[in-house]
Design a protein around this ligand. Structure first.
Ligand code: FAD
Length: 427
């Protein structure tokens, strides 16, 4: 297993449970990738994910590799997934569930509720087709069922779909947000990818009591139970391929023989695979500032999106000493000014309260996590066929993780690990 982020951990545990002798190679000293904590003094923040869609993916992973998740973690549904504040001063709080979303958008403007729920409902069939043919079963790119091919080969982009569906720009901003937040240009994202709006409405958004980092640590603890050998602080540098089949992994700690290799990192980082993904580019993470504040943070939902340029996303969560609080701010777009100054223009002025601050640029994150946790950049409908996974052209090599999925978030990464386990099968 190459890479010890969520994708690598999930795939390693599943394969170990299937009876394989698994060695996990992770270049940094710690496991989990961005599913880990960032600390400064007594402050701590979730470095990356603060919530997940599709909790069934996490539940299935825990159940199939040991004790059910409820025995180890408390998954908590979010009443409000995020609040959007628009440049004209209006705002909407996005709950989950059809009726609640209808009411929330109707408050934003009469009739907008129906438009929103119709838009989300238009994805119900897409989700079903994608789930069955692509996300939960290994796909055969050259032999797709007609309904799946019709989606994957469609020229309709998210930009076009949203312009056609919504006259009100604010609804377009809400619908496009998850993609913009992950670094994509809506003109390059296929319309079918918007089915995440359906997933969010139907199955909700969930966090873990005490922070998402706990999900990472629970999986790391499980590695020992499942007898996975972990080589942390060891970087995989290439694959050894003989007659089209993988036989070993080259690492900074020497060559490791292997019958099967799962690449749960950006495959462009392993020369043997790089040639097969020359057309892909990574999606770039946002600028992130982790803030430790003196006194209380403003009363905010789990996630607040401040539209404009730059676009700012403020997330709550984290741990702070008594009398202090934490926030995380992501920024995208015109960031010539400091994030806190940009935030102050939205009347959230924290400048006098900041006692700890850690900034990570996109470059810092790519260096820290050995690639972009945001996965592959959408460059049009062809991107779906240009990424690897679950199979790769090299026999015995499989791909999991954000670079092997159509959405970079944890649920898709978790599904990709399950697909690899299904493909490799029992020992
Ligand atoms: C700021 C931020 C916020 C996010 N928020 C959310 C959220 O709220 N919800 C959500 O669902 N998702 C979120 N994500 C996305 C989430 O982090 C990814 O879905 C997830 O981390 C991808 O998992 P992965 O295993 O594919 O890759 P990663 O988590 O990136 O893990 C890759 C691992 O491989 C290791 N590695 C790299 N190269 C090598 C090598 N050559 N040899 C050995 N090891 C190597 C790295 O050190 C790393 O540990 C966020 C991401 C970021 C950056």
């Amino acid at each position: 297993m190459v890479g010890g982020g969520f994708g690598g951990l999930a795939a390693a545990l599943r394969l170990a449970k299937l009876g394989h002798d698994v060695t996990l190679v992770e270049r940094s000293p710690g496991l989990g990738g961005p599913l880990a904590e960032i600390t400064a003094g007594e402050f701590a923040w979730d470095a990356g994910p603060t919530y997940t869609l599709l909790p069934a993916v996490v539940r299935d992973l825990f159940r199939k590799t040991g004790r059910p998740v409820e025995r180890e973690l408390e998954l908590v549904p979010l009443d409000v997934v995020r609040e959007h504040r628009f440049e004209d001063g209006s705002a909407v709080r996005l709950p989950t569930g059809r009726a609640a979303q209808l009411a929330a958008f109707d408050e934003l403007g009469p009739g907008l509720g129906q438009r929103w729920v119709d838009h989300v409902a238009s994805y119900a069939d897409d989700w079903d087709v994608l789930r069955r043919g692509y996300l939960e079963n290994p796909w055969q790119p050259d032999d797709l069922p007609r309904d799946l091919a019709a989606r994957l080969d469609s020229r309709e982009t998210m930009h076009k779909r949203l312009r056609k569906t919504f006259k009100d720009e604010r609804l377009r901003l809400v619908a496009g947000h998850p993609f913009v937040a992950e670094g994509h240009e809506l003109r390059n994202v296929p319309a079918w990818a918007g089915s995440t709006a359906y997933v969010e409405q139907r199955f909700g958004a969930w966090t873990v009591e005490g922070g998402m980092t706990r999900l990472g640590s629970a999986l790391v603890d499980r590695l020992a139970t499942r007898n996975v050998t972990t080589l942390a602080g060891t970087e995989a540098t290439d694959l050894v391929v003989r007659e089209g089949r993988v036989v070993a992994v080259e690492t900074t700690a020497g060559t490791l023989d292997a019958d099967v290799v799962v690449c749960a990192i950006d495959p462009r980082r392993l020369p043997a695979l790089a040639a097969y993904v020359v057309r892909t580019m990574p999606a770039i993470p946002p600028v992130v500032a982790y803030l430790g504040l003196e006194g209380d943070a403003p009363e905010l939902p789990h996630e607040l999106v401040l539209h404009g340029d730059p676009m700012l996303v403020v997330r709550t969560g984290g741990r702070a000493p008594a009398g202090a609080s934490t926030l995380t701010v992501h920024g995208r777009g015109r960031l010539s000014e400091d994030l806190l100054r940009a935030l102050a223009r939205h009347r959230i002025d924290l400048r006098a309260q900041v006692v700890e601050r850690i900034d990570l640029s996109p470059r810092d994150q790519v260096d820290r996590w050995g690639g972009s946790p945001m996965g592959v950049l959408w460059q049009g409908r062809a991107t779906v066929r240009q990424r690897l996974g679950p199979r790769t052209p090299i026999e015995g090599v499989y791909a999991a993780g954000a670079h092997a999925t159509p959405g970079s978030g944890l649920p898709f990464v978790g599904l990709s690990a399950a697909l690899v386990a299904a493909e490799v099968g029992s020992a």
